[in-house]
Design a protein around this ligand. Sequence first.
Ligand code: NAG
Ligand code: NAG
Ligand code: NAG
Ligand code: NAG
Length: 420
Amino acid sequence: MKYVFLLGVLTSIVYIKIISRGINNVCKTFGDYYSDRDRNDNCYHNPDEFLSVPRIIARNGYPLETHAVTTDDGYILTIFRIPWGKSSTPPKTRKPVFIQHGFGSNSAAFVHRQSKSLAFILADEGYDVWLGNSRGSIYSNNHTTLDDSNYEFWDFTVHEHGVFDLPAQMSYVQHVTQQKIIYVGYSMGTMAMYIYGVTYPDLSSKQVDFFINLAPVAYLNGTKSMLRFLFPYWLIAKPLVDFVTGGRFFVRFLSRELLSVTCYPLPIQLKICQIPEMILGGFSYYQSDPETLPISFLQVGDLISSKSLTHLIQIYLSGKFQNYDYGFEGNKRKYYQPEPPLYNLSKMKIPTHFIRAENDLVITKENVEYLYNSLPEKVRPDYIHVVDDEYFNHSDFVTANDVVDLLYRHIVKVLKDRLV
Ligand SMILES: *[C@@H]1O[C@H](CO)[C@@H](O)[C@H](O)[C@H]1NC(C)=O
Ligand SMILES: *[C@@H]1O[C@H](CO)[C@@H](O)[C@H](O)[C@H]1NC(C)=O
Ligand SMILES: *[C@@H]1O[C@H](CO)[C@@H](O)[C@H](O)[C@H]1NC(C)=O
Ligand SMILES: *[C@H]1O[C@@H](CO)[C@H](O)[C@@H](O)[C@@H]1NC(C)=O
C-alpha cells in the first residue's frame, strides 16, 4: 500500500516536472518535449509566442517600418514593411511584394516561423515586403469615428476588404514605392483581390503587376471541409453569437494564455488541439513542425467579423461568387434587385499565378479549376501549380514543416522568372 502511494507521488512529480513550462518552450523534435526541456540542448526559448509582429520582425534581425492607411469608410489599417533583407545593404529600388493573410488571421502568419517565414525569405531574396492586416485584426482595429465595441464596426465582410481596404493599401504602397506591386494572397486574401480586381479593373491593373494565388478562392461550393455540415446551423446561431460578441468572430475560442496551457507542452496536447483545424483544412500530422507549431498555434488566429463567415457560407451554399445576400427585401433596398449581384470575373485585368494543394479540404481542385476557367484568357496562368505533396493541406501554406522547399522556393522562382 505504502509503495503504491509512493509510486503515485513519484509519477505525479515526474508528470508535473514534464508539463511545468520552465524556460525553454520549443524543441527540435516532438520527442524532446517529453524531456527536461530546460536541460535539453535540442530545446530553447523562443519569445515569438507572445510578441507582436513588429517585435518579431525586429528580433529576427530585419528592418521594419510601420505604416497606417485610412480607408474611404474610415478604418485605419496597419501595414508592416520589411524594406530589405537581413544581411544586405539597402539598395536603390526593390520590387514591392504585398502579402495578404487569410480568414481570421493577421500578418503574423508570414513572420512567426523564423527562417521558414515567407516575409523573411522574400526580403532576403531582394524584395521590398509589405504585410497587410485585415480590418478587425489586432493591428487594424481603429476607425476614425467608430469604436471596435460598436456593432457597426464589425459590419463588414471580404467585400469591404476588396472594395475599401485593398484600394487604400495598394494606392499607398504604390505612392511610397513609385512602382507596381506584386500581390501574394493566401485563401481569403485571394478572394479580396478578385473583388478588388473586378470592382476597379482599370485602377487595380495600374497598381498591381502580378497576383500570386496561394489556395485561390472565389467559389466554395466544392468544399469538403467537415465544417460544411455546421454551416446551415451557423446561419441560425449567428444572431446569438452577435448578441454575445457584438459582431466579432474569433477563430480560436480560448485566449492565448489559456491555449498555451491547454495545448502545451506535450505533443499529445498539441495533436488534440490541432483536430479542429484539421477538420477544417485536411487531416494528417506528418507536416507538423515540432519547432514552430507551438508558436503558430498562439500567433496565427485573430478577430474577424461574424458577418464575414456568413458571407463565405452564402458563397458556399449558392455556388456563386456573389455579394452579401441580405434577403429578398434587403437586396432590393441595397442592390435594387432581389438577388445579390455576382462579382464578374471576366473583368479581371491582373495576370495571375495559381498554387493549390491536393489535400486542401477548403479550397478544392474543382473550385480552383472553376475559378481558373472563369478568368479571361489573358490573365489566366498557363497551368495550375499543385504543391508536390499529396497530403499538403489548407494550413500547410503557413505552417508545414517543409513549407520552404515545397512552396516558398517555388514562389521565389516564379517571381524571378517574371522579373528578369
Ligand atoms: C489605435 O489608436 C489608439 C489610440 O489612438 C492607439 O493607442 C493604438 O496604438 C492604435 N492601434 C493601432 C493598431 O494602430
Ligand atoms: C459549383 O457551382 C458551379 C456553378 O456556380 C457548378 O458549375 C459546379 O458544378 C459546382 N461544383 C460543385 C462541386 O458542386
Ligand atoms: C461581365 O464582364 C464582361 C467584360 O466586361 C462583360 O462583357 C459581361 O457582359 C459581364 N457580364 C455580366 C453578367 O455582367
Ligand atoms: C495539416 O494540418 C496541420 C495542422 O492542422 C498539421 O500540422 C500538418 O501536419 C498537416 N499536414 C500534413 C501534410 O500532414
